[in-house]
Design a protein around this ligand. Structure first.
Ligand SMILES: NC(=O)c1ccc[n+]([C@@H]2O[C@H](COP(=O)([O-])OP(=O)(O)OC[C@H]3O[C@@H](n4cnc5c(N)ncnc54)[C@H](OP(=O)(O)O)[C@@H]3O)[C@@H](O)[C@H]2O)c1
Length: 358
């Protein structure tokens, strides 16, 4: 089924397509992609839905579904990003630390979608906490753009900028070389300067617990727009999310499907709900996030999955009822609580359900 939210009445600015109308599709069954492709041929300015948007505390609106790019190899990510944008994604999640931003930039160029239509997020790596602009400038050059929509502090863990490795410096005992003298509030000051300079439109944080947020909020001039966290049905972090809502910080869900080799897609309850609504398990999980106004960032390098994750998230959000949402909300508490992403940082991050740091 294809459901149109609106026909704007606007006509194409291109005189060759003066009779084309601009539409917005809100509900596309993956099986109907033949129809939507046909519509796109008929109406060249026909826009696929790029998912609902969520308003941030600075008034900007972030697309609620974005393509993740962590662990996507060079050649794969060029195709993945280009395919995603052609299929209606308008949000790409990147990071300096992923080492593939040049390829992401190439994928953006190959898609033909104008930069101004795309939400690009990237992240400051730990060895650059005292050199924010330097890291950001590399990211901008890699991506081939002169601004980011959102720039995040990747982890609340400043690493030694003069250590034995540019990404993961270590001490002689093998532990990661953390710069304990550097204050997160000083990192945040430099992040704020990037907004003032116009290099980024919004700034936020990632992997910040309440304990870590309280190291920057008392002196912050700009409240973080988002906090990107591991959020999925086995790690819903309800209390942390309530804190974020109270502070006006939008949560973004990374590893929403439970990352590589996830057991989540085989979960009995998720599968029952998928069957009930004739959708895929991934659609249930992504729809659950979007229905709760959490930005979902599924990663895939498989074209069919990239397409179905966007359409499925939108379909899932519209189909799940209160009971479904309550069941998914309760999965972790029923004994399934699990984190999948726990890098061995030798600091107390202040999260629940994180193994004791070493
Ligand atoms: N801020 C942070 O510290 C942080 C940490 C982790 C992740 N992230 C961001 O969040 C993004 C997503 O997290 P993630 O990459 O860890 O994991 P994810 O999106 O939860 O899962 C990705 C895995 O699921 C597979 N997959 C995707 N769609 C599927 C579908 N419809 N059905 C079955 N399998 C599917 C992918 O395989 P294929 O690719 O082979 O299709 C891949 O193996 C990252 O890429 C990154 O942008 C941020």
């Amino acid at each position: 089924m294809v459901r149109l939210r609106s026909v704007s009445g606007k006509t194409s600015p291109d005189p060759a397509y003066k009779d084309a109308i601009i539409c917005d599709v809100i509900d596309v069954n993956p099986a109907s992609s033949v129809l939507t492709n046909h519509l796109r041929r008929l109406f060249p300015v026909f826009t696929m839905s790029s998912a609902p948007k969520i308003k941030l505390n600075n008034g900007m609106e972030i697309p609620a579904v974005g393509l993740g790019t962590w662990q996507s190899k060079s050649e794969e990510v060029i195709t993945a990003v280009s395919h995603a944008l052609k299929e209606g994604y308008r949000h790409i999640d990147c990071a300096w630390g992923y080492g593939n931003e040049k390829d992401v930039g190439e994928g953006i160029r190959q898609s033909g979608v104008p930069r101004s239509d795309i939400w690009i997020t990237s992240k400051l790596w730990g060895t650059y906490h005292s050199r924010v602009e330097e890291c950001l400038d590399q990211t901008l050059a890699n991506l081939g753009t002169d601004y980011l929509d959102l720039y995040l502090v990747h982890w609340p863990v400043p690493l030694n900028p003069n250590g034995n490795h540019p990404i993961f410096p270590t001490l002689p005992n093998g532990k990661r070389d953390v710069d304990h003298s550097w204050k997160l509030s000083d990192t945040w000051k430099q992040m704020e300067e990037m907004v003032e300079k116009g290099k980024v439109k919004a700034i936020g944080i990632s992997n910040f617990s309440v304990k870590k947020m309280e190291e920057i909020l008392p002196t912050a001039k700009i409240i973080p727009a988002t906090n990107q966290l591991e959020i999925h049905p086995y790690n819903p972090q309800h209390e942390l999310l309530a804190y974020l809502r109270e502070k006006g910080i939008v949560p973004q869900a990374y590893s929403p499907l439970g990352s590589t080799g996830s057991p989540l897609l085989k979960d009995e309850v998720i599968n029952e709900i998928a069957q009930k609504h004739s959708i895929q398990p991934a659609d249930v999980i992504l729809g659950w996030l979007v229905a709760k106004d959490i930005v979902a960032l599924p990663k895939s390098v498989t074209p069919a999955r990239i397409t179905s994750n966007l359409n499925g998230a939108i379909a899932g959000a519209s189909k799940l009822d209160k009971d479904d949402i309550a069941k998914i909300d309760g999965l972790a508490a029923s004994g399934k609580q699990k984190r999948f992403i726990m890098p061995p940082w030798p600091v107390d991050l202040g999260f629940d359900n994180w193994p004791p740091f070493v």
